[in-house]
Design a protein around this ligand. Sequence first.
Ligand SMILES: *Cc1c(COP(=O)(O)O)cnc(C)c1O
Length: 456
Amino acid sequence: MPEAVPAGTGLVDASLAARDRGLLWHPYAPLDGPAPYAVTGAEGVRLQLESAAGERFEAVDAMSSWWAAIHGYRHPVLDAAVRDQTGKFSHVMFGGLTHEPAVRLAEQLVELAPAPLRHVFLADSGSVSVEVALKLAIQYQAAAGRRGRHRFLALRGGYHGDTFGAMSVCDPVDGMHSAFPSLPAQHFLPKPPAARWSAGQTSGGELRADPAAVAAWTAGLESAVEQHGRELAGIIVEPVLQGAGGMHVYAPECLQALRRTADEHGLLLIFDEIATGFGRTGRFFGSEWAGVVPDVMCVGKALTGGYLTLAAVLCSADAGAVITASASAAGRALLHGPTFMANPLACAVASASLDVLAGAGWQQQVRRIEAGLRESLAPAAGLASVRDVRVLGAVGVVELAGPVDVQAVTRAALEHGVWVRPFRNLVYTMPPYICSGADVAAVGAGITAAVRQVHG
Ligand SMILES: *Cc1c(COP(=O)(O)O)cnc(C)c1O
């Protein structure tokens, strides 16, 4: 047996990128894709990166590690939460057992969620939570004696994850449906009409859309449900902001129409708040822009402050009661139970993250980022290559007229001290909530400069 090589001795001299190449798959990337940057450290809002050629960069993480690291890296409270729990036990099965971190986290989530949401299922990732939410809706309909209701109504432009059920409710064109012919067939509504933020009477402003477009969209919703209602178990949408499907901000009135229609036809309304939850859009949950409460809600991403993979499905007391009253003994349980369900380390750090969020005054943090992004991204709107610039809460989007040269824009932004990961025609940012005003200004300026340099 070779002796273990202590970390940091430099005995392995091939670059990480070279060792990674052909060995590891990366998200949506071929084995022989562009070399990734190696992370050599992370602290606060900054990543230390090294290119395959050995150049070093320090950059503000404008992506919060895909919406997750809202409190930045190596947060002392979150570090301590993991350390403390490791000193007790790191994992135990959840079948027949329970523990303080899971119970405490569930209590916190129920406290934070709108009143009717009372029950919590802890899942390993956002995609798995979507699977559980879909199963829950199908089981609910069966328990309510409405057989044959197993399909879902979803939105074009939506994104709900990468597992099979979740993929089936993603946008049917962009959502990789053609690569997987065995996906369950679902029904889709057009993308809801765009909304623009405007400073309103209420603090935090409001989202305004063209009323005629909203009326037309609502008529389409009603006719789709008239036609397919008897085979539908539920409706699943990302409230107000469609994330990975295109960073589309839409009319809150559409959520109100979905709530009415779901009630009229006995459908469960599922809100996927995995990206929008925990203050990112300027409200604690995206649904608050519409004043609409769903029957089922998925949260994930920022739940653990980006430390560990964890998601949760919350459901209403009514949905829980209907399932519990199922005539079939098996149908009384929610039919899911992953090995690492309610992982204590993940639950402990999630609890700590929610405490930090409350204590840090997330409203002011998000408001400061929103104002900073509006100001620093404004010059991008004047670039020839740019079609639209939009900001909602701590999310900023620069939409180009054509596809982004991802490698070149990533590199140019890095040279300006900003880490971004564009996709399709979008360069976007959702920075950590702890960003200072100067960090946010650097993010906006870096993105604008990178787009100008590469696309003009
Ligand atoms: C990221 C995301 C998911 C999937 O979560 P994973 O943890 O990546 O499985 C689902 N829905 C939305 C809205 C997301 O943004």
